[in-house]
Ligand binder design. Sequence first.
Ligand SMILES: Nc1ccn([C@@H]2O[C@H](COP(=O)(O)O)[C@@H](O)[C@H]2O)c(=O)n1
Ligand SMILES: C[C@@]1(CO)OP(=O)(O)OP(=O)(O)OC[C@H]1O
Length: 163
Amino acid sequence: MNFRIGSGYDVHQLVSDRKLILGGVTISHEKGLKGHSDADVIVHAVCDAMLGGAGLGDIGEHFPDSDPSFKGISSLVLMAHCRHLLQEKGYEVGNIDGTVFAQAPRISPYKKAMEENLARAAGVSVDRVNIKATTTEGLGFEGRGEGIGAHAVVLLQKLVQES
Ligand SMILES: Nc1ccn([C@@H]2O[C@H](COP(=O)(O)O)[C@@H](O)[C@H]2O)c(=O)n1
Ligand SMILES: C[C@@]1(CO)OP(=O)(O)OP(=O)(O)OC[C@H]1O
């Protein structure tokens, strides 16, 4: 198979005593996301899409939250590891499309920096990464500012064998 596709979804709770890190960018906000790692919800969704596309399970299976070595870790480090797992299966990232569901803060000023960080971790050029954001029009847990959700789709392509 030359191509495979994966999807990922994640949610983290917004709490007062944490930094808000999205796509590897620290964003000034009164609350941050709670988690064992840096709780970078969009990177987690991308990791799950990478792993799912390759038939490699999910992020919690590879990086359990019971493991102290992952406490506070940058999720971009976990994503770079996912890239190596894909390589071992003979795949590389084709493109990444992700969506952040957040009533606040405004994500658009940070999208470019997020795309650059994700591209670096995936080992692809930045034109292969797209990050979108949407409010939920005040509805649901994201709309009430209780948490942030993220969804991602990742295309995987077969690595070209060098002759
Ligand atoms: N946290 C967010 C949410 C949305 N945006 C940008 O606003 C535009 C409109 O969003 P809707 O809620 O009406 O879908 C859209 O272009 C989003 O990129 C944002 O920057 N931060
Ligand atoms: C990333 C990991 C690992 O530190 O922890 P969290 O930051 O809590 O994130 P989550 O999306 O709940 O699950 C994956 C985890 O095992």
